[in-house]
Design a protein around this ligand. Structure first.
Ligand code: MRU
Length: 357
């Protein structure tokens, strides 16, 4: 596995270490993150990115927030402060639900203790936050492993797999979601090729996914985003496997802009389309993809290629970071609990009920 994208160093007084993903594949730089303001910026600028990795990062972000509690502060006041910091972090990116999921989970854990014993002390509060953040981290590592095991059967010898963006180790605490499926199939000795969409405008596919797959010695070919349909037409693609940022109760799923087009192309060519995602990516509080907020990003991400301006002055730019793939175009969702074939409201509800969520 490639170096850890998100890692906590030390005890409750420690710091968060992030790989600066903006610099990959050219340079592997680790940044020390010591407060929530710095973390907010790191998430916003995609220094750390990928839905599960963002969730883990903000959970540890609350440990950083707790380090700043004033020693004279009462426990209820400290809790109020913590919730405020969580709300700030929540605003960093709107689409990936893992972010609010992780923040809510830590806040809930602290809330329970505060409610049971308002006279508890700040030191204990810090320990609870740390414990919950660590649990989120460790569970994510395990979820990735299980997703790989549950999904590897969808890759066969001789396959050509198409993926989009980066749903690998860099996007999680473990070895990824979509890429975990590929790593597991590779471990089992299967021979296949992975076509990676470059993923404009920020090139997560070309820069990050290709980097991870190359290190794992998996046969990788980078293509431009507009080539996918033609590859399908030529029978080079046996399946599409991507990650997800938020999955609604009916199975509609947000993922990196361009995923929707792939799902429609896959349907048109009769190619299976798989999503790999942990349960922390499901948002069962919303009925369908229409309710998923789509992040709009800065025009300059499209306007420039590196330092080079590629559009004429004054031309309008549209830069949504995600799109919604409709449940009807998803062959199956691979989770750490199993596989949801032809996802629907009923199937997803059953999946979580049967597996005890
Ligand atoms: O904007 P990004 O790079 O954070 O987008 C990431 C994706 O779209 C991933 O596919 C998704 O978060 C799943 S990561 C396991």
């Amino acid at each position: 596995m490639v170096a850890a994208a998100v890692r906590w160093i030390g005890g409750v007084d420690g710091f968060l270490e992030l790989i600066d993903q903006r610099r990959l594949p050219g340079r592997l730089i680790r940044l020390k993150c010591r407060d929530t303001k710095q973390l907010y910026e790191a998430i916003k600028t995609l220094t750390v990115r990928g839905a599960p990795a963002i969730g883990v990062a903000v959970a540890y972000g609350l440990v950083l927030a707790a380090q700043k509690f004033d020693v004279r502060c009462s426990v209820p006041d400290a809790f109020k402060r913590l919730k405020k910091d969580a709300d700030c972090l929540r605003l960093s990116r709107p689409t990936a639900v893992n972010l609010s999921w992780a923040l809510d989970r830590v806040i809930r854990a602290v809330g329970k203790v505060v409610a049971a014993n308002p006279k508890t002390n700040l030191q204990l509060l810090r320990k609870i936050i740390m414990k919950e953040a660590k649990a989120i981290y460790q569970e994510d590592v395990e979820m990735c492993r299980r997703i790989g095991r549950n999904g590897q059967k969808f890759i066969k010898n001789g396959d050509g797999i198409l993926t989009h963006c980066n749903a690998g180790a860099l996007a999680t605490a473990g070895r990824g979601t979509a890429l975990s499926v590929m790593f597991e199939a590779h471990k089992k000795g299967k021979k296949f090729k992975v076509y990676v969409d470059e993923t404009r405008p920020l090139l997560q596919g070309a820069r990050l996914t290709a980097w991870e797959l190359k290190q794992a010695k998996i046969d990788v070919v980078v293509i431009c985003d507009n080539m996918a349909g033609w590859l399908m037409k030529q029978d080079k693609i046996s399946a599409v496997i991507t990650g997800a940022d938020r999955i609604a109760a009916n199975g509609d799923a947000a993922n990196k802009i361009g995923t929707y087009s792939l799902s429609v192309l896959a349907r048109g060519h009769g190619i299976p389309f798989y999503l790999a995602a942990p349960s922390s990516t499901f948002d069962l509080s919303i009925k369908s993809g229409d309710q998923i907020p789509i992040e709009q990003r800065a025009a300059d991400e499209v306007r420039f290629l590196g330092k080079e301006r590629i559009t004429p002055d004054g031309v309008e730019i549209y830069n949504p970071a995600f799109d919604i793939t409709e449940a009807r175009d998803i062959t199956a969702i691979i989770t750490e609990r199993g596989v949801i074939e032809k996802p629907s409201l009923k199937k997803i509800a059953e999946h979580f009920k049967l597996t005890g969520n």
